[in-house]
Design a protein around this ligand. Structure first.
Ligand code: SF4
Length: 339
């Protein structure tokens, strides 16, 4: 792997993608982009990032933004606890670090929502510290270059790879970390066949030389996903629609359409909602979270009075002020279509 460091740096310097958060080494920019990029593709993040920076250009504005506005800015990215942690971390920076982003690995790691990967990325990219940032891309490239048949889902393997890479880190640790990640994203890709013919490491890569690149790294057992069924009520009274805040569990504090577990029949719904004037079966949607899969049926229901347990809002108000999780967006599109 040591032989590959220079090849990788040269390749990265010539081929790096110009992304908005790479215009400078401002840790605020790198931090927000790294959190957004967790579980979301780069192309999808760019618009969110630009919108976020326009409204919250610095740590202070993030520390002072209301939670509802922050969640609205985050709407569509999912994993809303990450957005809440951003605000908590910004408040900690304002209180404990006089508003300056901390410049040591341990201080960065002490911020809410920042784990060893993000701390390593910010430390190396923004402060040139000799820290590694190990994600799935890095582990895949490392295992292939060294032809190691390891279980990359095992945390001990991750730690071991981190220690090995730390020993060969060049002075440009940030470029190295970004280079190996980018190689894993665009050339040494997961699933399918890596693009070895255009890879700068092809002459050094042991897996490629042994024709084992598609066998490495070893496939890890997928976690079992729990499946749940829900019925959603798209309740309309004149020009307003019913929303409620989720009180606990997954997506806590996010807004949602009223719903109940299980697939309900017309009769069951009529018993549950006596104020129904008109009811029609509406769209279905399936949403997959990390550990759960929701199957959702919905009914479009016009009622003759507002149930006070819900918050009744117009479409314009939803658009401006209410962050709906991605799982509910198709239903929002549906009420807009029918309005
Ligand atoms: S030669 Fe192929 S397997 Fe090896 S690092 Fe490059 S893309 Fe990955």
């Amino acid at each position: 792997m040591k032989d590959c460091v220079e090849l990788l740096l040269n390749w990265y310097n010539e081929n790096r993608r110009m992304l908005p958060w790479r215009r400078d080494k401002n840790p605020y920019h790198v931090w927000i982009s790294e959190i957004m990029l967790q579980q979301t593709r780069i192309e999808a993040v760019i618009d969110y990032y630009e919108r976020f920076m326009k409204r919250l250009p610095d740590i202070q504005s993030l520390a002072e933004v209301s939670e509802d506005e922050l969640l609205k800015l985050w709407e569509g990215l999912g994993y809303y606890s990450r957005a809440r942690n951003l605000k908590k971390a910004a408040m900690k920076i304002m209180n404990d670090f006089q508003g300056n982003f901390p410049d040591s690995y341990d201080d960065i790691l002490s911020l809410p929502g920042i784990g060893d990967y993000t701390a390593g990325a910010i430390s190396s990219i923004c402060f040139d510290l000799p820290e590694v940032a190990i994600d799935g891309n890095v582990m895949r490239v490392y295992c292939r270059v060294n032809c190691l048949d390891l279980d990359v889902g095992d945390l001990r393997v991750k730690k071991e790879i981190g220690e090995k890479i730390k020993k060969i880190l060049p002075k440009d640790s940030g470029d190295f970390n970004q280079g190996i990640m980018e190689l894993g994203e665009v050339i040494c890709i997961p699933g399918g066949v890596p693009k070895c013919e255009i890879c700068p490491l092809k002459e050094k890569c042991k897996a490629h030389l042994k024709h084992k690149e598609t066998e490495i790294p070893r496939k890890v057992q997928k976690i079992k996903i729990k499946e749940e069924e829900y019925t959603l009520f798209l309740l309309r009274y004149k020009d307003s629609y019913a929303l409620r805040k989720r009180e606990s569990g997954l997506l806590k504090n996010m807004w949602e359409f009223p719903n109940t577990e299980g697939f309900l029949t017309y009769e069951e719904i009529r018993k549950m909602i006596p104020s129904i004037q008109r009811i029609a079966l509406s769209i279905t949607n399936t949403h997959v979270f990390t550990h759960k899969k929701w199957y959702m049926n919905s009914y479009y229901i016009e009622v003759n009075k507002k149930d006070p347990q819900y918050t009744w809002v117009t479409l314009e108000e939803i658009e401006k002020n209410y962050a709906l999780p991605t799982a509910f967006m198709p239903f929002y599109e549906e009420i807009k279509r029918r309005h």
